[in-house]
Design a protein around this ligand. Structure first.
Ligand SMILES: [Zn+2]
Length: 105
């Protein structure tokens, strides 16, 4: 595992993370997308945790994926992260793909 990185400056309060898009059944990885999120907990507004970048492998391809744990203890579950990415106005170019994921929940 690599320590997470971001091309966004920390003072921006934003973080880019990689999320996996899977098929309708939730098994096969279709692609990894990079989305921008405001790096604050949705519940208490504390700073979210450090991002860990990992890789998942499928059919000889590697897909980057981000993980984090929030120091405040509130968890960011997958669905709410996708909804946040869809609605925060910073991922317009990916809205169609993210919308498809949300529909499948
Ligand atoms: Zn919190």
């Amino acid at each position: 595992m690599l320590r997470g990185f971001s091309h966004l400056p920390p003072e921006s309060g934003l973080q880019s993370v990689h999320l996996l898009l899977r098929d309708e059944k939730g098994y096969a990885i279709k692609e990894s997308i990079e989305v921008k999120l405001k790096w604050r907990c949705r519940h208490c507004d504390e700073k979210r945790g450090d991002v860990i970048t990992s890789y998942e492998y499928q059919n000889g391809k590697q897909f980057r994926v981000s993980y984090w744990n929030n120091p405040c203890g509130h968890r960011d579950d997958r669905k709410t992260v996708f909804i946040e990415a869809y609605t925060n106005g910073m991922n317009q170019d990916l809205k169609y793909k993210i919308g498809q994921v949300i529909e499948n929940y």
